[in-house]
Design a protein around this ligand. Structure first.
Ligand SMILES: *Cc1c(COP(=O)(O)O)cnc(C)c1O
Length: 380
């Protein structure tokens, strides 16, 4: 980062390209295009993957708001479907039932510590001729590792084995929001794709709509602007920071796994704690990278208040399902439309988890949770 500050090349510098190449290596993606946020990465990906005005995109009703707002910002219409029984990812059967003649894409989201049912989503995409894109903003390091007998490299959408999250279909994204597994010191994101044309279009769109292969069609015009684009580039200070942190990403992920195992062991079976992540096996052939450690508990809000009063910060992911957000009121959904998404919103609590968290602090979080339920005499 000091290099960048010294040479004053804060934009169009060398660090962004260096980061893109390093991330291509780390993820195995053919192309990584660095942009200014995970949300913008989603908007650019959707446009580059061929979303047209009014096209429907099937998304889970339980996710971060950007999953659905990016569809609107790209000119499309989000169509919600419920999450899978026992998990937090898009339910392929529900997605299948949500397909209409206007559906163009399906966008599963990989939340917290594992990939969604990508094979299921790819099946729905194939049967209905949809484009598969992934909100893999949280999913750096998550892979659908090769199942026994499956090839290590990913051969395409139907066998999402071995590939980094985001590469099962037309592409995916990464968010480098500071709290994410690989976090910048401000907002930053990336599109990852194995598709040359998608990568080139994203590059063009995030750079004022300039350049790319289309330049050849406009001989004699320097830097032709071929579509009105935006300025969505990543800046070099963020790229330099991310390059530094990428070097210890494997160690950070390992530390996150240790902490998650510690929480699992302490919290499993505790009265009031309905479910710890370790109780839910990941989809066959996939592994876990713990970005968020999310428990499902009784009396969630009271527990969160109890913990806050004792200096333990928690987060509610996500407080409100997407279909009940005011910005989607015109879609006329009501409570009860997606009961699994609604139940997840009511019970979910994310416990502190970051590589620098000392074991003793994780233990204290568990002590406080234990004390809370013991004090309430919860015995379910
Ligand atoms: C973080 C996140 C985003 C958005 O990323 P930003 O970099 O914050 O814009 C999108 N989708 C999901 C699921 C996320 O967790």
């Amino acid at each position: 980062m000091i290099d960048v500050l010294n040479n004053g090349k804060f934009s169009h510098g060398a660090k962004v390209a260096e980061l893109e190449r390093a991330l291509e290596q780390w993820t195995g993606a053919r192309h990584v295009v660095a942009v200014d946020s995970g949300t913008d990465a989603l908007v650019l990906l959707l446009r580059a993957a061929g979303l047209r005005p009014g096209d429907e995109v099937i998304v889970p009703a339980y996710s971060f708001i950007a999953t659905a707002s990016s569809v609107v910002l790209a000119g499309g219409v989000p169509v919600f479907a419920d999450i899978e029984e026992g998990g937090h990812g898009l339910d392929p059967a529900a997605a299948d039932a949500a397909v209409t003649p206007r559906t163009r894409m399906i966008m599963p989201v990989h939340l917290f510590d594992r990939t969604a049912d990508l094979r299921g989503a790819a099946d729905v995409a194939r049967r209905h001729g949809l484009t598969l894109v992934e909100d893999s903003a949280e999913a750096i390091g998550m892979r659908a590792t090769a199942a026994p007998g499956a090839p290590a490299a990913h051969p395409g959408p139907t066998a999402a084995t071995g590939a980094h999250a985001g590469l099962a279909g037309a592409g995916g994204v990464l968010s480098f929001f500071p709290a994410k597994t690989l976090g910048a010191i401000g907002d930053a994101g990336a599109v990852l794709t194995d598709d040359d044309a998608v990568a080139e279009t994203v590059r063009m769109l995030c750079h004022h709509g300039r350049g790319g292969r289309t330049v050849d069609h406009f001989p004699g015009i320097a830097n032709p602007t071929v579509v009105p684009g935006r300025n969505g580039k990543m800046d070099d200070v963020q790229a330099a920071v991310l390059l530094g942190k990428l070097a210890r990403l494997d160690a950070d992920i390992a530390r996150r796994a240790d902490l998650a195992a510690r929480y699992d062991a302490r919290l499993r079976g505790l009265p009031g704690v309905r479910r710890v992540p370790g109780d839910v096996p990941p989809h066959p052939g996939t592994g876990r990278v713990v970005y968020v450690y999310l428990v499902e508990v009784e009396d969630r809000d009271a527990l969160a208040a109890h913990l806050a009063a004792r200096g333990v910060g928690t987060e509610v992911y996500y407080p409100r399902p997407l279909h009940l957000q005011p910005c989607f009121a015109h879609l006329r959904h009501r409570t009860g439309d997606f009961p699994r998404a609604e139940a997840a919103c009511a019970a979910a609590l994310a416990l502190p988890l970051y590589p620098d968290l000392p074991d003793a602090d994780a233990d204290r979080v568990c002590d406080e949770i234990e004390a809370f339920y013991a004090g309430r005499g919860t015995a379910r």
